[in-house]
Design a protein around this ligand. Structure first.
Ligand SMILES: *Cc1c(COP(=O)(O)O)cnc(C)c1O
Length: 404
């Protein structure tokens, strides 16, 4: 084997990387399950999993073996050929989602681009020349031009005007605002929302998941496509394979990515019902979408989630973590919100620095979103013992911060 050893990067060393990320001065060289390791062997508990990506934990042996074996056999041919692993992955994804057609992409944003194109095509077929898509405040849909235009966060849009047209914004959870929009815009074709807003602060609608049912009813009434962005909430994260499965509805268009590849870059846009067949030959494509290797990873990730009862575990261990946090942080005015392994702890003050103090003082990896929400996205297969380890690090990290 051809081993190349890299010299460690010093914190202030200039690099050729575009400075699009504020990076923490730490790097991990190895991972195993719920833990990450630095070069000197220091162990960190990873309650972030690459931002809801490695749901099966780091270096899962079944996924590692599938990648290694397929990489040594055949990585890529082209979508101009039949790809049996892609067909098999689509079959699996259709089973767990209840969707009918699947297009594989390489990221979340690319999946949402597909959804936006489907909505526009749906409009075009009805002769609607200026189709509009309803989107929510505080949403996050990605960093490409169309998806940052759909995103409800002005910081993501700043400097990139003119935005892509055709989005109407409403407050998340506000059904009357949607009805109001319908009165003023006869050219609405779809609504695109996250079942739980991830980047926005782990927000559910005030009425909970019944918001999704209300949106479904409005979409039926007005002949709009109901499009759900489950890039973060999908693949078992909230205690169901997809978060909408907490309800009885099915969307017309569904996007996912993150946990779908456990770290391998893949995404998908899926359709059922009246959204089926809108993208036909020549209307969409992606060179890398659904490669032999990527498809085998998707197949293996879903198969492993099923065989190892990962979602049931996420539900049980996730509720335990939420319960314990509510109890142990009860004396402070914090609000704990959780669905499976998607957990937010809202503090009464900005708390971005917890990321650093938790890491340095408690060897715990978390992140902070929306300025004051500590976000936990632990591996879905975390054990109760590891959850206790997480609590033993997180509770003092938060307590220190609030008392300081
Ligand atoms: C992460 C995320 C995206 C963007 O996915 P990328 O793979 O970074 O393009 C879109 N929507 C939601 C809800 C996300 O959490």
């Amino acid at each position: 084997m051809n081993h190349i050893t890299l010299a460690p990067v010093q914190p202030d060393q200039p690099t050729h990387l575009m400075a699009t990320y504020g990076r923490q001065a730490i790097s991990f060289v190895r991972g195993r399950g719920s833990y990450l390791y630095t070069e000197d062997g220091t162990e960190y508990l990873d309650a972030l999993t690459g931002i809801a990506v490695c749901g099966l934990g780091h270096a899962h042996p079944v996924i590692a073996e599938a990648i290694a074996e397929q990489a040594a056999t055949l990585v890529h041919t082209s979508n101009i050929f039949e790809i049996p692993w892609q067909t098999a992955a689509a079959q699996k994804l259709a089973e767990v989602s209840g969707m009918h057609e699947i297009f594989f992409s390489n990221s979340g944003a690319e999946s949402n681009e597909g959804a936006i194109k489907i909505a526009r095509k749906f409009g075009a077929q009805q002769g609607i020349r200026q189709p509009k898509i309803i989107v929510a405040e505080k949403s996050f849909h990605g960093r490409t031009l169309a998806t940052l235009s759909a995103t409800g966060n002005s910081k993501v849009q700043e400097g990139f005007y003119p935005l892509v047209e055709g989005f109407i914004r409403v407050p998340f959870g506000d059904v009357e605002a949607i009805q109001e929009a319908a009165l003023h815009h006869p050219d609405i074709v779809a609504i695109l929302i996250e079942p739980i807003q991830g980047e926005g602060g782990i927000n559910t609608a005030p009425q909970g998941f019944s918001y999704l049912e209300e949106v479904r009813a409005l979409c039926n009434q007005h002949n709009w496509l109901m499009m759900l962005d489950e890039i973060q909430t999908g693949n078992g994260r909230t205690g169901k394979y997809f978060a909408y499965q907490h309800t009885n509805i099915v969307p017309d268009v569904l996007t996912t990515a993150k946990g779908l590849g456990n770290g391998f870059p893949v995404g998908a846009v899926m359709t059922q019902g009246k959204a089926v067949g809108l993208l036909g030959p020549g209307s969409h494509g992606s060179t890398y979408g659904g490669t032999v290797l990527g498809s085998r990873v998707v197949y293996t990730v879903i198969d492993t989630i099923q065989k190892e009862n990962v979602i049931e575990n996420a539900k049980k261990v996730g509720s335990y973590i939420v319960e314990q946090l509510r109890e142990r942080l009860g004396e402070f005015s914090v609000q704990v919100r959780g669905f499976g392994m998607m957990i937010g702890i809202e503090l009464p003050m900005p708390c971005a620095d917890i990321v650093h103090s938790a890491r340095d003082n408690y060897k715990l990896i978390v992140n902070v979103t929306a300025g004051n929400v500590v976000r936990l996205l632990p591996p879905l297969n975390m054990t109760f013992e590891q959850a206790d380890d997480l609590l033993a690090r997180l509770v003092p990290a938060i307590t220190d911060f609030i008392k300081a």
